[in-house]
Ligand binder design. Sequence first.
Ligand SMILES: [Zn+2]
Ligand SMILES: [Zn+2]
Ligand SMILES: [Zn+2]
Length: 457
Amino acid sequence: MPRTERNAHAIAGTITRLNAPDYDRWAAQIRRTGGCCQPIHLRGRVDHRHATTGALLRRYTTRTEPDGVLRLPCKTRRASRCAACAETYRADTYHLIRAGLIGGKGVPTSVSTHPCLFVTLTAPSFGAVHARRQMNGKPRPCHPRRDAETCPHDTVMSCTIKHHPDDGRLGEPLCPSCYDYTGSVLFNALASTLWKRFADSLRWHLAHGHALTIKAMRDELVVSFAKVAEYQRRGVIHLHALIRLDGPDGPSTPPPMWATADALAEAVRAAARAVHVASPSSPDQTSRLLGWGDQLDIRPVTLAGELTEQAVAGYVAKYATKAAECVGTLDRPIRITDDLDALPVSTHARRLIAECLRLAYLDGLADLRLGQWAHMLGYRGHFSTRSRLFSLTLGDIRAARERFVHTEECTREHLMGIPEDDVVKVADWHYVGRGFTAADALVSASLVGSRARRGAR
Ligand SMILES: [Zn+2]
Ligand SMILES: [Zn+2]
Ligand SMILES: [Zn+2]
């Protein structure tokens, strides 16, 4: 459809929507999605039946909803896909990380006295890359080398530029032909395994330092984690982790006297050095032994210190909504029909994607599913995870919000005089699509915009 015709079509669509008899109901649905730009459309019904008699007490069906569907927020955590839902995810993550640091939302405030470290585990070097360096806030040259070597590809391995933060060369190798793309991709693919080994080793070092077995230590100490994965500009994952020591029942119990922040830091250092993971091999690809890089940052989290709980919670929450697209790759899987040369990605990302696709076809490496995760440059782990006892969960926060939203429905059930335990809920839902038509997107933007303006006042 030509552009002018498309616009006329959209305007006609908005008029139809605004004049529809069920417009108010539609607008309420949209407001409930919190400004989601790609709401999920569901068709179905929920029956509330009496547990013993089976009598139908109440039926909700989407048949009476506008267009016969219920629109729900997409709940993505990725800001590149839906700003509104990513913001909800970020705020929820912030609150649960904060609760894990200072208490609140059911976590006792005494948790703030437990030893807690903010640890950054990085990847090793896969070759020199352009980097932004600073000393005391002043920009420094990237790779100044007076007697720099010339690599076999005739590149002088030196760069004296003080790179601007927006410089497209940041993260790109000084010599792409020398760069170890295989190592970079395999590291991303195995980062989650390496983290698991690190966590096990950390427990072992803590127990060993106090002459305990891991099993015996479990009776007096629990190690809790919350971690986020972040891409460095060079396209490799590093992990930020909050590591906290609790008593045997988690945040409500204090850790033993010997379990100090210093003992934890020592165990973190030892574990980060100790763990490795061997990549699977094939006749065309020998196994690599991969470990963490030398750069290990360990900082105590304190209420009034250099690194406050607010700063940490904000930092973790921010990275929870980012993915690989900030290093110039795609935010969707690579399709078999994609022309790799034509993809709108950076040259460095293209090479990393190509390496994922090359390795994906090798016998023995299939378990890494590098084809499916090529757009993530090999990483297929979660971006934000927490151990069970770290804090409350995102599910808890969402359930609390949904309880609030559904108060009206619950009240109606109580009005019928039937206790909640005697009511069985039978739901039958079908996914029928997502997103907006051009017309609905316009009306929705004006609705959410007016709400945002009201909120700002
Ligand atoms: Zn959304
Ligand atoms: Zn440079
Ligand atoms: Zn070279």
